[in-house]
Design a binder for this molecule. Sequence first.
Ligand code: HEM
Length: 246
Amino acid sequence: MAARSGGWILGEEGLKRPSPSLHSASELRGMLAGFYAAMILHPDIQRKVQEAIDAAVGKNRLPEVDDLEDIPYLHAVVKEALRWQPAFPLALPHAACEDDIYRGYAIPKGSAVVGNTWVFKQRFRAILHDESMFGPDTHLFKPERFLTKDRKELDPSVPHPEMAFGYGRRICPGRFIAYSTILIASASLLHCFTISKGRDNNGNEVEPALDYTTGVISFPKPFECEFTIRSAILKQLVEEITEPVQ
Ligand code: HEM
């Protein structure tokens, strides 16, 4: 729709601006948990990211921010994590600043307008599930959708899933730092560790339930998983900056 709008929260006293500091830590944590769940469920994709990071960084040091620009597969996986299960499935309600008409529906000035970022219904296909933008099987975790056919570069014709960060002039101003943080955190973890399914008391693998919290912010409920250090050298490097690795 054409109406300009601003980010608001719909409360008992009408529309109010949210407190910006409320959300950034929860969403970063939620996005990373979703990323780990995706890696556990797709060990083949995890292995490909590790190979891509190894090729750029080598096996004898930790990744640095400057290394990450040239790892298209890592960017594709992070973008797919943002698209597949965004932390803010309905963003925040905005308010129409002027009367508008959208697909024949009258939207009077002041109406609350909610962007359907992710919530999937057959008739109301969510924006991050839109196959005309992101290609087929949008319910599946497929990082390749962001890459060119030869899988060597990011495909510029596929949009960045920045709708995960809201809309219009009140879009999240922290989105660049959020994206970079997820990128370096994911790269560091996958370079040093392999993440796999947890085990029950009988030693059997436990499938992550992929049960997400409901509410304005959505992230996976706690699930069992195992982190295995990938080499003795990496163990030593990790222990230089943190606690002993078991
Ligand atoms: C994965 C992490 C994050 C996600 C998914 C996210 C998502 C969002 C969304 C959906 C909005 C509402 C935008 C709208 O009204 O349409 C928002 C607003 C905002 N975000 Fe984030 N955010 C993230 C991280 C951060 C970080 C790290 C910061 C600060 C460093 C930040 C600062 C803000 C601020 C200040 C607003 C309010 C902007 C305004 O109303 O003008 N966010 N964010």
